[in-house]
Design a protein around this ligand. Structure first.
Ligand code: PLP
Length: 710
């Protein structure tokens, strides 16, 4: 009798290991780990939307045991687990060398949303994605870091459309059993329960832990039977409900978050507020210090000393404001615990502290109670200093204490399979080691290291993957499944054509339909037989944003009923997965916000490692990234104050760059059919942008400029 490949002990070890792997998001940025879940059940992998936990629930224990007797498969599992353990246990890390004090007393990073992966849809847009990427890089760097957010059981909505192309929001209930989350339990195995006072009520919450590599992110959840329904529903939806719901969610996040950390015995050295939503954490820190016997001014000073604040937008609606009545009502118990009158409490969130009319602003509270604050790009830093100068009446604008750290992305989390395989082929199994380093990307300038032909082949592969993804999606969107439809959809889009992508939240300042202001011209470009251009759009409008929904409706209309049909596609239900397909497969990434309202923008940063070029207004990060040869600029480093004038100029400039630069360079081919100048730009984009606009650099900047500096 031959022995089975694996001993029962090792079999059990591997099964425990796979289960552990599925519940740590590390697998989302490791290709070999992903392939294990994919291979276990290719169809479930696709249908369950790349959900490792759900795939494991689909594959029985019995099957798993048998499958692991396949030696080749078992070997791959072993290797992935080995790599995972090595990652978790590595000692020689940036964090241990450069921020050892944060190991025992971490940074507590509070954010109303976190975007990690398509299986955990609790982010509304770029702010959440940034928070997720921040956590992943904190883990990679081994920085002492813990995240706090809310467990929204219906998440952010799924996008659907009625027959008038009007966006409809659908809210499926998430099942924690199928998510990469674990209940937070005490030593006795019971759920840890915290409380927070909201209005007249004592509200109970539990927590879920998301394992992000070495770091934990805790999600607070009020859906407990001891709470009244209205409080159970505080954690129903991301930014759901009216301003009463909003302030209550924010009390839960800020005050509840601090209490959870205390209950877990975590003593942060820094509290980082990612946007003003979390600023009530400062009130809880003050309350704690008063309870220890400190005077109010001393408690405020000590709290300021612990807090850091990042502001994310110059757009007014992005700054929560609450009325005196709402503050008095929702914080009813807090203001008596702080021994403050409602007016004194109001003053913490007001520029004019005695004002009877000024609303309470979360950004003001955060700025007043932080030892340091920053915007998310150089220009956004300047704009924020001007915007909040009234809070610092003695300081001229340029001395307002708001700095900047430009946003980035978590490179490995965004890099698509073909690009990873390309690098592995070039550099071998340890290719990921210095992925964020300037030297790593400098190779891309060298035609000896990589030829134009190889780059072009990679671009073709990525474009085809996007087009085939789009065809599958459109088929599902149409819900038309006759054979004829399959054939029709299989001819959708042109794999040789210059493909321009635009995908992000449909906030109006991002001006999604700007390019179609030149409708007749754009039709001509799209219909050009020799140099065709095609467009892929995606994005969600906030459920209450009528104007944003009109923008989508307009684009859907153009894509279905005009000459742009077949040249313009709208992919429904934009999320991290759609984003990954688009930023890798498009040739050009279009970004045309109304300057200077795009504080940073990050989607364009996801494109460079895939060889997709940015075509953008010089706003946010692109103003710093663009060097004249690594992509395209719409307009220059200025903008008119008049909005209509700006829209007109930008639309003209956009069309001009497209026709005078983008299209000619893309279609200028040599005898081998290669667009040499285009590829030179791709090389330049990889060399200059990738090592700069990533969260590896960004989190180090936060550590050195803010977390560690006093
Ligand atoms: C990157 C990303 C964003 C941010 O896009 P911007 O262009 O910065 O607005 C929004 N949503 C998703 C799903 C993303 O992946």
């Amino acid at each position: 009798m031959t022995k089975p490949a694996l001993s029962p002990t090792e079999l059990t070890e591997l099964i425990v290991g796979i289960n552990r792997l599925a519940r740590n998001l590390w697998w989302t940025w490791n290709q070999e780990a992903q392939e294990i879940f994919h291979e276990l059940s290719p169809r479930s992998w696709q249908n369950l939307y790349h959900n490792a936990v759900a795939v494991l629930r689909e594959v029985s224990d019995k099957e798993l045991r048998v499958r692991l007797q396949d030696q080749e498969f078992a070997q791959r599992v072993r290797e992935a687990l080995h790599k995972f353990e090595a990652y978790l246990n590595e000692q020689d890390t940036w964090g241990r060398q450069n921020a050892p004090q944060l190991q025992a007393n971490p940074v507590a990073y509070f954010s109303a949303e976190f975007g990690f992966h398509e299986t955990l849809p609790i982010a509304a847009g770029g702010l959440g994605i940034l928070a997720g990427d921040h956590a992943k890089s904190a883990s990679d760097l081994d920085l002492g870091f813990v995240g706090i957010s809310l467990y929204y059981r219906e998440g952010y909505f799924q996008q659907s459309f009625n027959h008038e192309n009007w966006q409809i929001e659908v809210y499926p209930l998430l099942n924690p059993k199928n998510l990469p989350v674990e209940p937070v339990l005490d030593a006795k195995g019971e759920p840890v329960i915290g409380t927070v006072e909201i209005a007249m009520a004592q509200v109970y919450f539990r927590a879920w832990r998301v394992n992000v590599g070495r770091c934990s992110v805790y999600l607070l959840d009020t859906d407990l039977p001891d709470n009244e329904q209205r409080y159970r529903d505080l954690t129903l939806r991301v930014y759901g409900g009216d301003s009463t719901t909003r302030i209550m969610q924010e009390i839960l996040l800020g005050v509840g978050g601090v209490r959870l950390l205390r209950a877990l015995g975590i003593e942060p050295s820094v509290f980082h507020m990612n946007e003003g939503h979390a600023a009530f954490l400062t009130l809880e820190l003050i309350r704690e210090k008063l309870a220890e016997g400190k005077s109010f001014p001393k408690a405020v000073a000590a709290t300021r000393d612990q807090c850091i604040f990042t502001t994310h937008t110059p757009v007014e609606a992005g700054h929560d404001r609450f009325s005196r009545d709402l503050i008095g009502y929702a914080l009813f118990k807090m203001h008596s615990q702080l021994k403050l009158s409602v007016s004194d409490l109001m003053a913490l969130g007001q520029v004019e502290e005695e004002s009877e009319t000024e609303l309470f602003c979360m950004t003001v509270l955060a700025l007043k109670l932080s030892r340091a604050a920053n915007g998310v790009s150089e220009l956004h830093g300047q704009v924020s200093r001007r915007m909040w100068q009234p809070l610092f009446p003695k300081k001229p604008v340029d001395q307002v204490p708001i700095g900047h750290i430009t946003n980035g992305i978590h490179l490995l989390g965004w890099m698509k399979g073909p690009v990873r395989r390309f690098w592995r082929r070039k550099l071998g199994p340890d290719w990921e080691k210095n992925i964020n380093a300037t030297e790593f990307w400098a190779r891309m300038a060298d035609p000896e290291f990589i030829s134009d032909e190889e780059i072009w082949a990679l671009r073709y592969k990525l474009r085809r993957e996007l087009i085939e993804f789009t065809r599958r999606r459109l088929l599902i969107q149409g819900q038309r499944l006759t054979v004829g439809d399959f054939i029709a959809f299989d001819h959708l889009l042109n794999p040789d054509a210059l493909t321009i992508g635009f995908a992000r939240r449909f906030a109006t300042y991002k001006r999604a339909p700007l390019i179609f202001q030149q409708f007749d011209n754009v039709v001509k470009l799209a219909a050009d037989r020799h140099r065709p251009v095609q467009f892929i759009f995606a994005g969600k409008a906030h459920p209450k944003d009528e104007e944003g929904k009109r923008y989508i409706q307009h684009i859907l209309h153009l894509s279905k009923f005009t000459e742009l049909k077949d040249h313009l596609i709208f992919i429904e239900n934009y999320d991290v997965h759609v984003a990954r397909q688009m930023v890798s497969g498009c040739d050009v990434w279009l970004n045309n916000p109304r300057r200077p309202l795009e504080a940073s923008g990050t989607s364009g940063q996801k494109t460079a490692c895939h060889g997709c070029l940015n075509l953008s207004i010089l706003d946010g990060w692109w103003r710093e990234g663009y060097d004249g040869s690594n992509g395209f600029a719409i307009g220059d480093d200025s903008h008119p104050d008049n909005v209509e004038e700006q829209d007109r100029q930008d639309s003209e400039n956009l069309y001009r760059v497209l026709t005078e630069e983008v299209i000619p360079i893309f279609y200028n081919r040599d005898a081998q059919g290669i667009p040499r100048r285009w590829i030179a730009k791709i090389r330049q984009a990889m060399v200059t942008l990738v090592p700069q606009f990533n969260t590896w650099r960004m989190v180090q900047d936060y550590a050195q400029k803010y977390y560690l500096a006093r």
